[in-house]
Design a binder for this molecule. Structure first.
Ligand SMILES: [Zn+2]
Length: 347
C-alpha cells in the first residue's frame, strides 16, 4: 500500500526523512479493524516524528499521521459486539490505551500508562491507504460528514475543544485570546469558540493572517508585541482575557502572561515556536494564573465534534488538499508556516 513514512530520523532537516512509497498493509489482530483511509490530515506531531521525537524510540520505517477517516475494510477475527460493519464510514479516535486501568475507566486516557497515538511506535499511522486500530476506536460518521472534514477532527479540533471547554472551562459570554491565527488548532479554537458564544481574540505577526482570523470570526486580531497586552486588556473592560490558548510558546509566552486576567488560565496545547520561554513565575503566582497543559481529548469529545459537524454548525477549515503521493509538498506547506487551517491528504 502507498504510505508516507519516516525512512530515517534526526538530522537538521526533518522533511528529508520523509518517504512516500509502498509498505505492507497492516493485518489487524483480533479486536482490531483495518480501515481503508480516504482522508487524513497533517499535524506538527508528524514533524516531531520525522525528527525522531515520539513517546517511544522511532524505528524506520514509521508511517506518519494521527488523523484518519475512511471505511472499515476488515476485522482481525470476528468483529467485536457493537463494532461498525465492514464498509461503514468511520473516523478513527487516535488514542490507544489499555481500556482497563482506573484512568481508562474514568475516561482520562492520558493517565493510562499504555497511552499511544496513531503513528507512535509500535502503531502504524494514518498517512497510508490502510490503518489499523482497535474496533472500539472507530467512531461512525453520519453521511453528512465528509471524509475530509472528519479527518480534521481527531487531533486539532479535539485538542481545541478540550483546551477551550475543559481545561479553560470557558462558557458562553466569556473571552479567550488565541495565539496564532491560522494554524490547525488556532483556527479550530476560533471556530469552536465562536460557535459556543465566546468572544475570541487572535494574534499573528502577519497583517493578512490577522485579517483572515477576523474573517473567520475573531472579534479582533493583534500583532505579537508587548503593546498588544494593553489593547487586549482595553478590549476586555480593563481586566484581561479569561483564558489564553498558546500553541506557540517562546515568541508569545510573555504576551500570554500579560493579557490573561488575574485568576485566568493559560492553556498550552503545543509549542511550535519553542518550548522554553522565560517562565516569569512572578506573574503566575502574584496574579493567580493557572497554566494548564493539554493534549488531545476523549472519545466522547470526538463524538461531540462529529455531531457538531453533522448538524452543519461546525465546518472544519481546510486550507489545502493533496493526494497522498504528494505528501512531501503538503509537509513543506506545513513546515513553511503559511497555513490556513488544516492540510488534508486524500488516498
Ligand atoms: Zn489504561
Amino acid at each position: 500500500m502507498l504510505a508516507a513514512y519516516a525512512s530515517a530520523v534526526g538530522g537538521d532537516d526533518p522533511l528529508a526523512n520523509l518517504t512516500v512509497g509502498d509498505l505492507p498493509a497492516p493485518e489487524p489482530q483480533p479486536g482490531w479493524a483495518r480501515v481503508r483511509v480516504r482522508a487524513a490530515s497533517l499535524n506538527h506531531h508528524d514533524i516531531w516524528t520525522l525528527r525522531g521525537v515520539s513517546s517511544a524510540p522511532v524505528t524506520p520505517p514509521q508511517i506518519l499521521g494521527c488523523d484518519a477517516a475512511g471505511e472499515v475494510d476488515a476485522y482481525g477475527g470476528e468483529p467485536p459486539a457493537g463494532a461498525p460493519p465492514v464498509g461503514a464510514r468511520v473516523v478513527v479516535y487516535p488514542i490507544i490505551t489499555c481500556g482497563r486501568c482506573p484512568a481508562c475507566i474514568a475516561d482520562e486516557p492520558l493517565g493510562c500508562r499504555f497511552f499511544r497515538m496513531l503513528s507512535e511506535p509500535p502503531l502504524g499511522g494514518a498517512l497510508a491507504e490502510y490503518v489499523e486500530a482497535p474496533a472500539s476506536n472507530l467512531v461512525v460518521l453520519p453521511d453528512q460528514v465528509s471524509f475530509a472534514d472528519a479527518a480534521c477532527l481527531p487531533t486539532a479540533y479535539l485538542t481545541a475543544y478540550r483546551a477551550l471547554f475543559v481545561r479553560a472551562a470557558l462558557r458562553p459570554g466569556m473571552n479567550v485570546l488565541v495565539q496564532g491565527a491560522t494554524g490547525g488548532v488556532a483556527t479550530a479554537c476560533i471556530l469552536l469558540g465562536r460557535l459556543a458564544g465566546i468572544t475570541v481574540y487572535a494574534t499573528s505577526r502577519d497583517e493578512a493572517k490577522r485579517a483572515f482570523a477576523v474573517d473567520l470570526g475573531a472579534e479582533a486580531a493583534f500583532p505579537v508585541e508587548r503593546e498588544t497586552a494593553r489593547a487586549v486588556i482595553g478590549a476586555t473592560g480593563g481586566l484581561g482575557v479569561d483564558a489564553v490558548v498558546d500553541t506557540v510558546g517562546e515568541p508569545t509566552w510573555d504576551l500570554s502572561l500579560r493579557a490573561v486576567r488575574p485568576g485566568g488560565v493559560v492553556v498550552v496545547p503545543g509549542a511550535t515556536g519553542g518550548p522554553n520561554p522565560p517562565a516569569q513565575l512572578n506573574r503566575i503566582f502574584f496574579r493567580s494564573v493557572t497554566v494548564a497543559g493539554t493534549t488531545m481529548g476523549t472519545r466522547g469529545e470526538l463524538r461531540r465534534l462529529v455531531d457538531l459537524t453533522a448538524t452543519g454548525a461546525l465546518r472544519p477549515l481546510i486550507g489545502s488538499t493533496h493526494p497522498l503521493r504528494d505528501a512531501a509538498a503538503a509537509f513543506a506547506e506545513m513546515a513553511g508556516g503559511d497555513l490556513r487551517g488544516k492540510i488534508v491528504l486524500e488516498t
